[in-house]
Design a binder for this molecule. Structure first.
Ligand SMILES: NC(=O)c1ccc[n+]([C@@H]2O[C@H](COP(=O)([O-])OP(=O)(O)OC[C@H]3O[C@@H](n4cnc5c(N)ncnc54)[C@H](OP(=O)(O)O)[C@@H]3O)[C@@H](O)[C@H]2O)c1
Length: 241
């Protein structure tokens, strides 16, 4: 599927240095520092839609709004919130259903729940939400740029399906550890040992004592012809590319 069939899709998330999205049991972790929070607001301000899975809505109750005051920018148009929710598990009191911003809930044929009138419902799929079908529908409705913010199951589907153009990951200077803290990408095990999404690193920038890594899918026209830099020697120096 190419961007002619779907919006341009940017993936963004924050992880600990051991690749965890949240604390034990999925409890929300505030991993971003002030500059990364501002970076995310800039990303949000630049897209037409912000998508998360219902797992994130249940765990974090995010508003998915642009906080214009954090980026010192005059208030602009609010991106549409998109919730991926096969059977309608979004809690009735969730902030994403507050009617303050255009909101789409993507469901399947299994969903019998009714949503408040200000929420638009898109049916895509019979068992789980078919993301390719949903993205095509969003494009058809005029969405040009979509930001996918998680969580781990949604990231698994988006990455394994090749449904993205760029991914930025803020890696925080902390380790969460343990056995129940979710890793960045969840989803089913693959039948053989192969990466679900081969990537090319495009940039690596220090931010808030952490680092922001920007990747594109391997083989994408945006992938650089050469790796970002040569291997690092144990003494910290870099080999000539
Ligand atoms: N650090 C960060 O940047 C960040 C960002 C976001 C979230 N998080 C964390 O991530 C955790 C939530 O992640 P999660 O993995 O539990 O939930 P999630 O990815 O937010 O949502 C997953 C749910 O979406 C529904 N879904 C429907 N169709 C799907 C499809 N095609 N592919 C994948 N999911 C589909 C499924 O529920 P149904 O079957 O009921 O539809 C699935 O259980 C929380 O701990 C949250 O704090 C962290």
């Amino acid at each position: 599927m190419t961007t002619t069939d779907r919006p341009e899709v940017l993936v963004n998330c924050a992880v600990s240095a051991d690749g965890r999205l949240a604390y034990a049991g999925g409890r929300q972790a505030k991993l971003s520092g002030p500059n990364d929070l501002a970076r995310v607001q800039w990303l949000r301000a630049d897209v037409d839609g912000i998508l998360v899975g219902v797992g994130t809505v249940v765990a974090d109750d995010p508003s998915l709004r642009v906080h214009w005051e954090r980026i010192d920018r005059p208030k602009g148009r609010s991106p549409t919130r998109v919730i991926v929710d096969s059977v309608g598990r979004t809690p009735p009191g969730a902030r994403v259903l507050d009617g303050s911003t255009p909101t789409v809930v993507a469901v399947t044929d299994r969903c019998t729940r009714t949503f408040p009138p200000q929420v638009e419902v898109i049916r895509a799929g019979s068992d789980r939400v078919e993301l390719a079908q949903l993205f095509a529908e969003l494009k058809h409705r005029g969405m040009r740029k979509l930001l996918v913010e998680g969580g781990g199951e949604i990231l698994a589907s988006v990455l394994a399906g090749g449904l993205f153009d760029r991914m930025t990951v803020f890696v925080a200077p902390t380790v969460i550890g343990g056995s129940t803290a979710p890793s960045m990408v969840r989803g089913p095990d693959l039948p053989e040992s192969r990466p679900s999404a081969p990537l090319v690193l495009v940039t690596s920038e220090p931010l808030d004592d952490g680092v922001v890594l920007t990747y594109v899918p391997a083989g994408s026209p945006n992938a650089p012809a050469r790796p970002l830099s040569g291997p690092t020697h144990p003494d910290g120096s870099r080999a000539e590319p």
